[in-house]
Design a protein around this ligand. Structure first.
Ligand SMILES: O=C(O)CCC(=O)C(=O)O
Ligand SMILES: [Fe+2]
Length: 371
């Protein structure tokens, strides 16, 4: 599959600096995984059990990305009064519009500098029936574009779940059963814009705890099972490799998505699969003058499913979870929904009481919080 879709970029931008040190990622060829190539599945397994991040190529819907960015552009062009009725709010919902500055990015109380438009999978697939919420007209007018992106992204990530579950001894279909179509879940598409300096919507970063500019999206682990991220060539995504203290850039590669393991896959697997911490910082020069777009699909379990290591389904998971202090400390009564809501509520700047609110928003990067 040629990687044309991402190289034919028509909006003005500069290139990510060729000489900037970046963290290398393994490259997984989706077409080979889908064809059952065990060597390729070994590469995927290795990526998910180490850094938890990898590039994915040949995923087969490269043509669905630009129409999603176009939907984002139309949405972010609306006036604030038109967008705010569709805002996420402060009670733990992710679906909807998120204005720049609505979430905290650190314990100090700095706020993010990006806008999101998130569309829940359950809403898109049921449209015009409303499962979680309604969306701006710019989304409704393009719901077939959104639905097609969600379906194809979901299929790809479901396939990766399928080949990964076998490797950890889970019976076939265990993870799919936690992601049933029609269940209300946190699965969603997201278009992200960090406006360029001087543009409408631009918000400058605050001063971080170390005196450097604060992050545009604060350090976090993702909430769900797997995330699939597409850029338009602009850098700024960084990972903190386990056991190190130096943030490292991920190089944008045309035609390649960046995928990563999230908290719920880490927990279900007894922490065999790693949900690694990452953040977005202002793009490195010369891209600091550009607008930065990204597009993500998150696959997340149905809200009502319990969230704990799947001990009774696999001896491999059981043996691993029993050796892992964070997994042993997992509260027994939490669900995928309670985990998700707790993290979102405590990230919202309006809910901040102090550094303890930031601490309460954390995922598997520290000993997990109670639900
Ligand atoms: O925009 C990016 O590069 C990353 C976004 C991200 O980490 C997220 O939305 O969870
Ligand atoms: Fe993320």
């Amino acid at each position: 599959m040629p990687s044309v879709a991402q190289t034919e970029i028509s909006y003005p931008r500069t290139d990510f600096p060729a000489d900037l040190e970046c963290h290398p990622l393994l490259i997984v060829d989706y077409a080979k995984v889908a064809a059952g190539d065990e060597k390729e599945i070994d590469t995927l397994y290795s990526a998910c059990t180490n850094l938890g991040f990898f590039y994915l190529k040949n995923f087969g819907f490269e043509d669905k990305l630009e129409p999603m960015f176009e939907m984002g552009k139309a949405t972010f062009s609306l006036d604030k009064e038109e967008l705010m009725p569709f805002e996420q709010g402060d009670s733990g919902m992710s679906a909807g519009y998120k204005f720049a500055g609505s979430t905290n990015v650190d314990a100090k109380g700095n706020v993010d500098t990006v806008q999101f438009i998130n569309v829940a999978k359950d809403d898109a697939l049921a449209y015009p029936e409303v499962r979680q919420r309604t969306y701006p007209p710019t989304v409704n007018d393009r719901m077939s574009t959104v639905t097609s992106f969600i379906r194809q992204s979901d299929n790809v990530l479901q396939k990766l779940m399928k080949v990964l579950e076998i490797r950890i001894g889970l019976p076939k279909g265990t993870l799919a059963a936690l992601h049933k179509e029609g269940d209300i879940s946190g699965s969603e598409s997201r278009v992200i814009l960090k406006s360029a300096p001087g543009q409408k919507g631009y918000v400058p970063e605050g001063v971080g705890e170390d005196g450097n500019p604060a992050a545009a999206i604060g350090a976090h682990t993702d909430f769900g099972v797997l995330s699939m991220l597409h850029g338009r060539g602009c850098g700024g995504l960084q990972v903190l490799p386990p056991g190190t203290s130096k943030w490292q850039y991920i190089r944008p590669l045309p035609g390649h998505a960046v995928c990563n393991v999230g908290d719920t896959l880490s927990v279900y697997s007894g922490n065999i699969f790693k949900s690694n911490i990452h953040r977005v910082v202002p793009p490195p020069p010369p891209q600091d003058k550009d607008e930065r777009w990204s597009l993500v699909y998150f696959i997340r379990p149905g809200f009502d499913n319990p969230l704990r290591p799947l001990l009774d389904k696999s001896d491999i998971v059981k043996a691993h979870a029993e050796k892992d202090p964070a997994m042993k400390a997992m509260p027994k009564d939490q669900t995928a929904g309670s985990w998700f809501k707790r993290r979102i509520v405590n990230q919202r700047a309006a809910n901040r009481k102090g550094p303890e609110t930031w601490a309460a928003s954390r995922g598997t990067e520290h000993t997990p919080q109670a639900a």
